[in-house]
Design a binder for this molecule. Structure first.
Ligand code: NDP
Length: 472
């Protein structure tokens, strides 16, 4: 594997781990309590049915998520009859899904990035990831923007010129495709689990908790790979996950056009706001190498199944809802949603940019017109090496410790508000993102506190709030 081992046994100030205060140990250090274990087993068994419930509610109950519960409680329907009415697995769906995944694997593996050669501001091609807990720095081929552009260009070429397949085909096979996505999600998670025991990519970066279910769900291997370049995290999150997001929205838009003869402004807003978010992700794919998914999370069911099923099915609920409810917003409502989404995006992007700039320049940069302020900190990797880092305390990072999440939550609320106020279902996303990001704050801070020890405490004293100053 193309990975460079960079170990720093001595700090920049010539201090070793034996001298002075011991820096904290980095890496996942979670003991599995009973509550976590029960949650893990419940999620492994029931998460696919949660996804099914939302999609089924649209399919059978016009997107009402309470109606099936009322009918079940009054004995007007049964789980079996709901199940019987839902389309089952089909080989046509399996073929569509296999072609889709194979095409994305082909683009990921066989089409090296050329965009960075024409657009100097774009960072693509072979890039370094962040240092892993074992002290490795992996190399990645960044070509997501190019793959996104090719995939979407082909969708438009098909819809307006070639007609190889109906531009609504995904919608027409939505539930059968969900079973295929589940098969892939569970298969890849199981494969990653077995691989971690039998042929790990880097055994020093494996983490076993002693609990098989927790290991399966949260992953053992840090950066599992096949061969030199097929990186599970980068591929599954980016391609069957995020490339699919905007593509699915296009299928929904086409379905709305087919059913009603026009496209509503709400559908356009959802498509545009989510496309900005997705394009931002691919434009900054190198930055993604430095986020929690890549830098801290191990690859298990949480990422594998989540990327294959949860992300494409539940992140696109607004578009699905608008197929069943073609909401036309007033100009004032549409403008308010657009503004909320754009301001949220501005905060999200600027906060992430500030941290990225700060880390790239090792603190020698100015933020909001002033020299960046920060806290110096040190940590120890699994090989015993001592490393130094800095935590930014100015700009958005001085407002709260995760103001980038606050921006993300504003964007998420904008997607939901674009669907009007007729049903709860499109608001699932903001509820989910709030839980996800609050939980992520807590997980991340637990990890950072383990990693930086007393330095982290100095940082939380300097920036006391997590998301909203004065509130949380
Ligand atoms: P962050 O990008 O906020 O990364 C957290 C890491 O940044 C920490 O572990 C720490 O890593 C470093 N860090 C923390 N504080 C500072 C500081 N003050 N100065 C410098 N570095 C700091 O978190 P995520 O990776 O979770 O999120 C990335 C983006 O993705 C966010 O904007 C989030 O909103 C978005 N996101 C979207 C999701 C979605 O489903 N739509 C899901 C999850 C995230 P280190 O060890 O390097 O110090």
């Amino acid at each position: 594997m193309e990975a460079t081992r960079r170990r720093t046994q001595h700090s920049a100030r010539g201090k070793t781990s034996e001298q002075g205060d011991q820096p904290a140990q980095w890496g996942r250090a979670w003991e599995v309590e009973w509550f976590s274990l029960i949650s893990v087993i419940s999620l492994l068994c029931f998460a696919p049915f949660i996804v099914f419930y939302f999609v089924m509610a649209c399919h059978q109950y016009q997107c009402s998520i309470t109606q099936p519960l009322f009918e079940l409680s009054r004995g007007e329907t049964t789980l079996l009859s709901i199940w019987a009415r839902a389309p089952s697995f089909s080989w046509t769906a399996a073929k569509i899904y296999a072609i889709w995944v194979a095409f994305q694997v082909f683009l990921y593996m066989c089409v090296p990035d050329v965009i960075h050669k024409f657009i100097p501001a774009y960072v693509g091609g072979v890039q370094d990831g962040a240092r892993t807990p074992a002290g490795l720095i992996n190399k990645y081929e960044i070509n997501g923007l190019q793959c996104w552009l090719i995939t979407h260009a082909l969708w438009f070429a098909n819809a307006y010129y070639f007609y190889w397949f109906p531009p609504t085909i995904i919608f027409d096979y939505w539930i059968p495709l969900m079973w295929c996505a589940n098969i892939l999600g569970y298969s890849v998670s199981t494969f990653a689990f077995i691989k971690a025991y039998w042929f790990p990519t880097n055994s020093e970066d494996c983490k076993f908790t002693g609990n098989i279910f927790y290991n399966y769900m949260m992953g053992i291997e840090f950066n599992p790979r096949i061969g030199k370049w097929f990186d599970f995290k980068l591929f599954f999150n980016g391609r069957p996950g995020i490339v699919a997001w905007t593509l699915i929205n296009l299928f929904y838009m086409a379905k709305q056009q087919e059913l009603y003869g026009h496209i509503t402004n709400s559908m356009i807003l959802v498509n545009v706001l989510q496309a900005i978010y997705v394009l931002d992700f691919f434009w900054n794919e190198t930055w993604y190498l430095k986020t929690i998914d890549i830098c801290h999370d191990h690859f298990g069911w949480y990422l594998g199944w989540g990327d294959c099923v949860w992300l494409p099915y539940l992140y696109t609920l607004q578009g699905l809802y608008l197929v069943y409810h073609p909401v036309q917003l007033s100009n004032a409502h549409a403008l308010a949603v657009l503004l909320l989404g754009l301001v949220g995006y501005y905060i999200f992007r600027s906060a992430n940019y500030q941290r990225d700039l700060f880390r790239r320049t090792d603190g020698s940069c100015s933020i909001w017109g002033r020299k960046a302020t920060y806290i110096d900190c040190s940590y120890r990797s699994a090989d015993g090496g001592i490393h130094h880092s800095k935590l930014l305390t100015s700009g958005f990072w001085g407002v709260s410790r995760h103001f980038n999440y606050t921006g993300d939550l504003m964007i998420s609320l904008a997607y939901c508000a674009a669907c009007g106020f007729g049903h709860i279902l499109p608001y699932f996303y903001i509820v989910y993102m709030t839980i996800l990001l609050v939980h992520r704050c807590i997980r991340d801070e637990h990890r950072c506190s383990n990693k930086y020890g007393k330095d982290w405490k100095r940082y939380t004293d300097a920036v006391p709030y997590r998301l909203i100053p004065g509130v949380f």
